[in-house]
Design a protein around this ligand. Structure first.
Ligand SMILES: O=C(O)c1[nH]c(=O)[nH]c(=O)c1I
Length: 312
């Protein structure tokens, strides 16, 4: 039973990896991902310079997921660019993901120029959906802005690139974002990021759970799976076949991986639950997914990708 997948002509021996932001900020974190059974890793979203991020408490675990307002803490683009270039020398033929999240178009273009001019030959995940930088909107909710960003990027960027999108909640929004994305040579679209600006309250203390932004933060984990599957399916039905879908959101068990692939995902990313379990989760999910595939008579994931049935 093979869990292999391919995106943009690159093959991965396992269709599961971490989600940006979770246990991927330091070299130590990334080394652990390399040592694990994950099929790839993605680095913490980078800004041009190192950032401390929001004041703590800025992340809280919940019974059915997590809330976070980290505020884009990261070690700066050079740190991650050096890491992934070093890794591609050490492990030729492997492909990984470098996430960038500039707080302005200028920053994003500057970082992509630096990556374009470097010897990095892996994927870039352009994060258009960080919900937690105070005063900054989630670009993914401004369709004209997304168009402008991609138009500017693809004037010069020729290496494989995908975008990380926020969740949409209206079928017309799936139509509108897909119409824009289909105009560009994207390698993949990653859906979803956390459900932004939710609020968790502690009834005992009568106070919010996290400090930044009056307690408003992004929700991840089990509670977001129905929204994540809707976005994966909504985009799979609308995007041109050359654009692969990376499914993120609400994956705790092998069955959740199966559901994301059934909806159209070629690769899946695990965030909140990976944060709790660590890299051994990739072993557990692989055996659980293989068990499901064996029961159903599937020998590889291409046999059921996107094959979700409806009633009609
Ligand atoms: O607060 C963060 O650092 C963060 N948190 C998220 O939930 N999604 C994101 O894309 C980011 I850049």
């Amino acid at each position: 039973t093979s869990l292999a997948t391919s995106i943009g002509g690159r093959t991965f021996d396992n269709c599961m990896m971490n989600a940006a932001g979770i246990r991927c900020q330091s070299k130590k974190d990334l080394d652990a991902l390399i040592a694990s059974n994950a099929g790839a890793y993605v680095t913490k979203s980078a800004t041009p310079e190192k950032r401390a991020g929001n004041p703590s408490p800025r992340m809280q675990t919940l019974p059915h997921g997590s809330i976070n307002s980290m505020g884009l803490p990261n070690n700066g683009l050079e740190y991650y660019l050096d890491y992934v270039i070093d890794d591609q020398h050490n492990r030729p033929g492997t492909t990984n993901f470098l996430s960038v999240a500039g707080t302005s178009l200028e920053d994003n273009l500057a970082m992509l120029h630096e990556i374009q001019d470097s010897e990095y030959d892996g994927f870039v995940e352009l994060n258009l959906s960080c919900p937690n930088v105070p005063g900054k909107p989630q670009v993914g909710y401004d369709f004209d802005r997304v168009n402008t960003v991609l138009d500017q990027v693809f004037k010069f960027y020729t290496k494989p690139l995908g975008v990380k999108l926020p969740p949409y909640f209206d079928l017309v929004h799936f139509d509108q974002i897909a119409e824009i994305l289909n105009q560009y040579p994207l390698t993949f679209v990653n859906s979803i990021n956390s459900i932004g600006n939710a609020l968790v309250v502690d009834p005992q203390t009568e106070r919010v759970a996290i400090r930044p932004k009056g307690g408003f933060g992004g929700i991840g984990g089990a509670s977001v799976k129905p929204t994540a599957l809707a976005n994966v399916r909504g985009l799979a039905l609308r995007l041109k076949p050359e654009i692969a879908i990376v499914g993120t959101g609400g994956i705790l068990n092998g069955v959740d991986v199966f559901e994301h692939i059934l909806c159209g995902a070629s690769m899946v990313q695990i965030g909140t639950q990976f944060g709790y379990e660590g890299t051994k989760i990739f072993d557990r999910l692989a055996s659980e997914l293989r068990e499901i595939m064996n029961q159903k008579g599937y020998t590889n994931i291409n046999q059921f990708r996107g094959k979700l049935k409806t009633f009609d």
